[in-house]
Design a binder for this molecule. Structure first.
Ligand code: PMP
Length: 354
């Protein structure tokens, strides 16, 4: 820390992103990216836009908003695009939380929530999950705080049914409930359809997973026009050109290539089922995932050891070194070939154990 660093942030522990290795080519199953390239249409539109980079991007993202509004069945004033969904989540902490509206979220969830709360000096409560890693819905009924729930949750992959999400939203009419649907496209139920019914519901999604655009940084939120206006106040007070031209073009391409999107989501779901079965057959406990990753633990092979052995063998997974997650690894779902290699490698590691 330099002697110039503001005291405001002296105690801040930043978020630690997953490894992005250079040099050695790993089978990368550690940051829940898509194993499939962006849609050809997205690539083509982004490349064409490269010739116009001397001009600022459209701060209103009009072309992207109108494509998304049509496909997602919402009004243009009910959607806001951001630089990844991380940005809209930060905006939501800024816009809808303060001392009178503290934040609440599970103790095991996306690691960025406590960082956003700390960054913005927002008081927050972390509610323990049930011992089986599910969210206890009752804990959030009428909780009277700004709620952040990832559905499916990370890193567990476990999803709540829409009826439970609706109970939480309905029981907190004077607080915003943010449902982070980064992983919703792989088999969970989206709450987007509830945003017209409840003016306190904000749903966030991302193009980083199911639409293969993690490197382009594109996310969005859907909510009532008044919530979106509040978020725009934050956006226009920080970075009006938060979505760049090439990303906007890629986003339009990815959104409108609906067949490619559906095919890739189906492939991930099928490979997830296969991978979960294989891991269970090898003695792993695998949580019931609706995301593009599985969370798995083995009773004879400590999580850290498996992570390190896989890394030695050229496979990266994500290990969380804090109780009660230490025995688990989060494994992103790759192509069928990548998952076959993973399973074969784990078989060898288990065979070589004393
Ligand atoms: N929410 C959850 C639960 C996530 O796991 C991630 C990915 N790290 C994000 C949001 C943010 O993703 P992005 O900023 O790439 O949209």
């Amino acid at each position: 820390m330099s002697r110039f660093f503001s005291e405001k942030y002296a105690a801040l522990t930043p978020y630690t992103p997953g490894e992005q290795p250079k040099g050695q080519t790993y089978i990368k199953l550690n940051t829940n990216e898509s194993p499939f390239p962006p849609s050809a249409r997205a690539q083509k539109l982004a490349a064409a836009e490269a010739t116009r980079l001397e001009l600022y991007s459209d701060p209103e993202c009009r072309d992207l908003v109108s494509a998304a509004a049509e496909i997602l069945g919402v009004g243009a004033d009910e959607i806001l695009f951001t630089n990844g969904s991380d940005e809209i989540l930060n905006f939501a902490f800024m816009a809808f939380c303060d001392k009178e509206h503290p934040a609440v979220f599970p103790d095991i969830t996306y690691g960025f929530y406590p960082v956003f709360a700390e960054l913005n000096h927002i008081p927050y409560t972390q509610i323990p999950l049930n011992p089986d890693f599910t969210i206890n819905v009752g804990d959030y009924i009428g909780v009277g705080k700004t709620v952040f729930i990832a559905n499916p949750n990370a890193p567990t992959g476990i999803a709540l049914p829409l009826s439970d999400i609706e109970r939480i939203v309905r029981s907190n009419p004077d607080n915003v409930v943010v449902i982070d649907e980064a992983y919703v496209d792989f088999g969970a139920e989206s709450a987007v359809g509830l945003t017209r019914k409840y003016d306190n519901l904000l749903v966030t999604q991302t193009f980083s997973k199911s639409r293969s655009l993690a490197g382009a940084r594109l996310g969005f939120g859907i909510g009532s026009p008044s919530l979106i206006r509040d978020l725009n106040t934050i956006k226009y007070s920080t970075n009006p050109y938060n979505v760049n031209r090439m990303t906007m073009a890629a986003g339009i391409g990815a959104l409108t290539d609906r067949e490619y999107f559906a095919k890739n989501c189906r492939a991930i779901e099928e490979t997830r089922a296969w991978t979960s079965d294989e891991l269970r057959a090898l003695g792993f406990t695998v949580l019931d995932s609706k995301a593009n990753f599985v969370f798995a633990a083995h009773d004879r092979l400590p999580g850290k050891e498996l992570y390190l052995k896989l890394k030695e063998n050229g496979i990266l997974v994500r290990h969380f070194d804090s109780a009660p997650l230490t025995n688990f690894n989060r494994i992103s779902i790759g192509t069928t070939e990548q998952m076959q290699t993973l399973i074969n490698t784990i078989k060898k590691i288990l065979e070589d154990m004393p």
